[in-house]
Design a protein around this ligand. Structure first.
Ligand code: G6P
Length: 377
């Protein structure tokens, strides 16, 4: 088993480090760097059906649900198609009303999660066609679907999902761009730009792995005894805040909550004191005015935290020197397109959770009470 860990202390750390490859392999053969075109072979849903689609319903569990929530931002922004994101465990029980022109999208690492399969049955029973984003070729969900985008992350052993998540985000971005191309909501120049940015992501993850591991190890010394943690983000960065909180609670057993940064004033601000670490995702895509606006709003939210003595760890882009004057700790990541930043942001959050859990002596790869694949409803 030591050999399988390839020299890493835990599978989770190995899998975190495999993310550049997982992301690269998930785009392999699906995008053209010359034309910007996306190809999704073996789809039994035709381009005409994608053009006629009135909406997408995403159903998933756990980390895969967080990927789905980020996918909503990608699909709505690029393909201008409304997206609902449901917990698979809730979907059947709200008597959903998908229209026959809606497409169901199941996101699942294992392809065997009972709730996700149940949601898929419900979608099919109500007349929707379904697609799967899945890491296991031939898994149950893919057998029921009219098309699968396989995440080529390779087998994931750690119960806490890492490389499967970044591969899911990659698959969702690719799918969003495919839909946009089929539906004519992006032009060729934008497509080429997006595909080029996507191709740079693996190298940027490599950079993050090199530059922030020691810093996360240091931060773990400061914060491993905290009782609670908050994770904040806005827009597409909010699902990453949720995922950062989930990683921490799963493997370190510290209570953590992810929250939309702008909602703090409606409750969680009451929790802030000098013992509360608050991880704020404060990245921006300088070429995107709405991203910059969101960033500025997030800065004000950060100031509300520091004014109440909360201890902020910010995730910001390289070259952002301003934020360092506002907060105690800044983790810098490379710049990218707004819709791709999540793939980069989550890496330091995984490493932070990992180092805190190791310091607390937790069983990182097999947290108590959890299973890798949940095959009961
Ligand atoms: C379990 C795992 C999580 C995973 C979730 C959904 O809870 O511990 O890591 O996100 O199931 O699994 P799936 O295989 O459907 O993505």
């Amino acid at each position: 088993i030591q050999a399988e860990k390839a020299g890493y202390k835990h599978f989770m750390l190995k899998e975190i480090n495999e993310q550049p490859r997982a992301v690269r392999d998930t785009t392999l053969g699906r995008v053209s760097l010359e034309t910007g075109k996306v190809f999704l072979p073996d789809m039994k849903i035709s381009p005409a059906e994608f053009r006629a689609a009135t909406g997408i319903t995403i159903a998933a569990c756990g980390t895969s649900w967080h990927a789905g929530l980020a996918g909503k931002f990608m699909i709505e922004r690029l393909a201008r198609l409304p997206v609902d994101v449901d917990y698979a465990s809730e979907y059947r029980y709200r008597d959903p009303i998908p229209s026959p022109t809606d497409i169901g999208l199941l996101i699942t690492q294992s392809g065997e999660t009972a709730d996700t399969i149940a949601a898929q049955h419900e979608l099919i029973a109500k007349g929707s066609k379904t697609l799967a984003i899945c890491n296991v070729v031939g898994a149950a969900v893919t057998r029921l679907a009219q098309g699968t985008i396989t995440t080529n992350a390779g087998p994931e052993i750690g119960v806490a999902s890492t490389k499967a998540f970044t591969a899911q985000l990659t698959a969702l971005f690719t799918f969003a761009l495919y839909l946009a191309q089929v539906r004519g909501t992006v032009d060729d120049t934008t497509s080429l730009h997006l595909v080029t940015e996507l191709s740079r992501v693996p190298g940027k993850i490599e950079e993050i792995l090199r530059s922030v591991d020691d810093q996360c190890h240091e931060l773990a010394k400061h914060f491993s005894t905290a009782r609670d943690f908050l994770f904040l983000g806005r827009g597409i960065h909010y699902p990453i805040a949720l995922e950062g909180a989930l990683k921490l609670k799963e493997i370190s057993y510290i209570h953590a909550e992810g929250y939309p940064a702008g909602e703090m004033k409606h409750g969680p601000n009451a929790l802030i004191d000098e013992t509360l670490p608050v991880v704020c995702i404060a990245t921006k895509d300088p070429s995107d005015p709405s991203s910059v606006l969101k960033y500025e709003k997030t800065l004000s939210n950060i100031q509300e935290v520091t004014a109440r003595s909360g201890r902020v760890i910010a995730i910001a882009i390289e070259g952002d020197e301003h934020i360092g004057q506002l907060v105690e700790h800044v983790i810098h990541i490379p710049q990218s397109h707004e819709l791709l930043l999540p793939i980069l942001e989550v890496v330091p959050l995984q490493l932070l959770a990992y180092h805190i859990a190791v310091r607390r002596g937790c069983d990182v790869d097999q947290p108590r009470n959890l299973a890798k694949s949940v095959t009961v409803e």
